[in-house]
Design a binder for this molecule. Structure first.
Ligand code: FAD
Length: 516
């Protein structure tokens, strides 16, 4: 599809922020105090809204809205829209602030604390043949889990960490080891309520306001603020058999992963990670995994090899475990891991899903949670994964001591191509996530080195023509954004033009700049 001349002009205006009418920015934000909101605005104590998990970007807003209702969000956005292009005010929804590079920040604008709505609005669980939960988008996934478990139900698709908001993960995709079966979280949404960049409120589903529905899913907050979402549920598992096995051969590791995600009879969760230059497995594993044979794990020595850990779970009912255990046995017998490296554990479903939170508590107690996180998340097409591994794990990466490196396959057929999420154009692609921490106590070196390593990886992919896509993207130029969206760029721009024509929303993504 070729961009129309009007579309091109619109993009040019947004991307360059052409000066049309300059106004005093102060005048814009002080007008907010005239709005009669159910919640409140704060103008002084706004520094928290300039922080995020990445701990590298800090853009102070002019005001923070703690909404008491969806109307507050709509009226605020409408007010900014009505100020017109002369005002510099922008609006960023902030979930739990777990972005990496200021994506939920708004320099000089308004940050909407979506978590306030979590308190103001209730969560409703509907049991029945096709159960679902209708929840405020500012709710954390852990809240959703706790509420749905009370009804013996649970969402199907997760992120590894549950202290993220519904609106925040749906704006990206929401990926974890269940995505190969159920698709990402955005494939498990039935309805959303959205406030657009004009301050209008819409209820959307695949059949009603469908373009906006698909647009906001994976839409990086560009087309609207999601205020409620209806999420599909399933009967909640009770217990989880949690298994890790090791490989030294990357080809065999990925062949086994791909075989598992393509089989009908398989595990309920499949992930994997890379271990380089490490000894003593117990120190490596996220502290929540406690294998039944810790002595065997502590004795294991990688002998300098790069190892690949395949991680799987099988849900089971403790009152009737036999069939699930038999299936586990059969599945394990098909895998080609290093024989002495089968590590197993049994935990409750909630313990499994809360596994990263266990690490969070530990890291917080050591002052190692609120530190810079120079993460790089890539979606690598299957045809490029071996060249990628050879170069990145063989040459660029020296060790995996700065944080976990996840690597697991996903399947395109479980993603809905009408959403805004961008993935490689191959049926199987890999999530490769370099989740580095760079504590300041260890000096700037770790941060600089991690950033250099990220850059080397991106440069290599470019040079080797591996058609990766960034997940949770951080992209610098308009040309690169266009490349990122590829053929879908025109649709993306068209949606922006329809739902947020003044480019008010989610300025921290740096895709469009408000024209002032
Ligand atoms: P924020 O960071 O606050 O917001 C993210 C973006 O969405 C911003 O642009 C914001 O303006 C916009 N936004 C927020 N709320 C709304 C809304 N209601 N409507 C519209 N736009 C909105 N991701 C995965 O997919 N899988 C994982 O396993 C995973 N694990 C993670 C583990 C940790 C420890 C961390 C820190 C992050 C992880 N993430 C994972 C990434 C996570 O999905 C993103 O950080 C995401 O931004 C969610 O965080 P948040 O709710 O704090 O949203």
């Amino acid at each position: 599809m070729r961009a129309s001349p009007i579309l091109k002009l619109f993009v040019a205006l947004l991307l360059t922020g052409i000066n049309s009418r300059k106004s005093d920015p102060d005048a814009s934000y002080t007008s907010l105090s005239s709005l009669d909101v159910d919640g409140r605005f704060t103008f002084d104590d706004v520094s928290e809204a300039a922080m995020d998990f990445g701990h590298r970007y800090h853009h102070l807003p002019s005001a923070v809205l703690h909404p008491g209702s969806v109307t507050d969000v709509a009226e605020t956005v409408r007010h900014v829209f009505q100020l017109g292009p002369g005002s510099r005010l922008t609006v960023a929804a902030r979930g739990h602030g777990h972005s990496l590079q200021g994506q939920a920040q708004a320099a000089g604008g308004i940050v909407v604390r979506m978590e306030s709505l979590r308190r103001a609005q209730e969560m409703r669980v509907h049991a029945g043949d096709e159960p679902y939960v209708d929840a405020p988008a500012g709710a954390l996934w852990i809240d959703v889990l706790k509420e749905t478990l009370r009804h013996g139900l649970s969402p199907k698709s997760w992120t590894d960490y549950l202290h993220l908001t519904i609106g925040g993960t749906l704006s990206n995709a929401g990926i974890s080891g269940q995505a190969f079966r159920h698709g990402p979280q955005i494939s498990n949404v039935r309805r959303v309520e959205v406030v657009t960049g004009k301050g209008e409120v819409f209820n959307c589903s695949p059949t009603h306001n469908a373009d906006l529905f698909h647009g906001v899913l994976g839409g990086l907050g560009q087309f609207g603020i999601i205020t409620r979402a209806t999420i599909a549920l399933e009967p909640a598992p009770k217990m989880v058999k949690w298994i890790r096995v090791l490989y030294s051969d990357f080809t065999i590791f990925t062949e086994d992963q791909e075989m598992l995600i393509s089989s009908k009879k398989t595990f309920d969760y499949i992930e994997g990670f890379v271990i380089k230059n490490k000894t003593g497995l117990l120190n490596i594993w996220r502290s929540s995994f406690k294998p039944q044979d810790p002595v065997q794990a502590s004795r294991f020595n990688s002998e300098g090899r790069t190892l690949y850990c395949l991680e799987m779970t099988k849900n089971f009912d403790p009152n009737d475990p036999d069939m699930a255990m038999q299936e586990v046995k059969e599945l394990l017998s098909q895998l080609r891991y290093i024989p002495s490296t089968l590590f197993q554990s049994e935990v409750s479903y909630i313990e499994f899903l809360e596994r990263v939170h266990v690490s969070e508590v530990k890291l917080r107690s050591k002052g190692l949670w609120e530190v810079p996180h120079p993460w790089l998340n890539l979606l690598v097409p299957r045809t490029g994964i071996h060249a990628f591994a050879n170069e990145v794990f063989g040459k660029i990466l020296k060790d995996s001591s700065n944080g976990p490196i996840l690597l697991y396959p996903l399947n395109k057929s479980k993603w809905d191509n009408r959403t805004s999420a961008v993935i490689p154009d191959e049926e199987i692609f890999y999530l490769v996530a370099f989740l580095s921490s760079a504590p300041t106590s260890s000096g700037q070196d770790i941060l600089t080195q991690a950033l250099m390593q990220n850059e080397k990886i991106l440069q290599f992919c470019k040079k080797a023509n591996i058609q990766i896509k960034q997940y949770l993207p951080y992209i610098n130029t308009q040309e690169e954004w266009q490349t990122h969206y590829g053929q879908r760029w025109d649709t993306f721009v068209q949606r922006k033009l329809s739902y947020d024509p003044l480019a008010i929303l989610a300025p921290g993504q740096r895709i469009f700049q408000k024209a002032v």
